[in-house]
Design a protein around this ligand. Structure first.
Ligand code: SF4
Length: 210
């Protein structure tokens, strides 16, 4: 598979934010979100066997591993990689755009799936049939670019009764929407979501996943 390297860092987002985590970054993504911070992962990388990637991850002796991209599921062999990482006994998560079928992902994996908002420029790529596959082990993430994205996201939470299904994550688009504005909207509406700011951006100003 095509791979952009492993990195041992702190989880910047999601339910395991702040915990030391190995990131496995795979090459390629069929989307082009306006705010993407991992464009370098669209192309290039190194061809590596799954067994070699798994061995590299194991060498860190981590508790947590996140497979990210790009869009990891753009490579069909990602499914095998996820299963082999679970077999190591690690807590495995997958960051995915929401545009690809998630039904074949190993059930031990916590899927952190985006629902792309209109502000991303890629709302038409959402695969809504994925929603019914999500469960309490999974997380659904909205990157909110502005107030109309926020209202769109609230509409989707109500339409699909998402708060009953899985954990919900709201992130302000870094450098565009003020985090305090988003926080105040969430409080005013008493929304059942976890607001997150991207820890890695504050620590290192670097990219992590979607
Ligand atoms: S933000 Fe994620 S889904 Fe969007 S273009 Fe970048 S890697 Fe692809």
């Amino acid at each position: 598979m095509s791979h952009h390297g492993n990195l041992y860092s702190l989880q910047g987002e999601s339910r395991t934010v702040g915990l030391p985590t190995v990131f496995v970054r795979l090459t390629g993504c069929p989307l082009r979100c306006g705010y993407c911070d991992t464009e370098y992962a669209f192309h290039g990388g190194q061809k590596m066997d799954i067994s070699d990637i798994v061995a590299e991850v194991a060498a860190y002796q981590p508790r947590y591993v996140t497979v990210t991209g790009g869009e990891p599921l753009a490579q069909s062999t990602c499914l095998e990689l996820l299963t082999e990482l679970c077999d190591l006994g690690l807590e495995v998560s997958l960051e995915t755009s929401g545009a690809m079928d998630i039904s074949k992902v190993d059930s031990r994996v916590s899927r952190v799936m985006d629902l792309k908002t209109p502000g991303s420029g890629e709302v038409s790529k959402n695969r809504y049939s994925n929603i019914e596959l999500l469960n309490t082990h999974d997380q659904l993430k909205f990157v909110i670019c502005d107030r109309s994205d926020y209202e769109w996201a609230v509409g989707k939470i109500n339409e699909y009764d998402l708060a009953q299904r899985c954990e919900l994550l709201f992130s302000p688009e870094h450098g565009n929407l003020a985090a305090t504005d988003l926080a105040e909207w969430i409080i005013a509406d008493n929304l059942p979501v976890r607001m997150q700011i991207q820890l890695h951006k504050y620590l290192w100003n670097d990219a992590q996943g979607h």
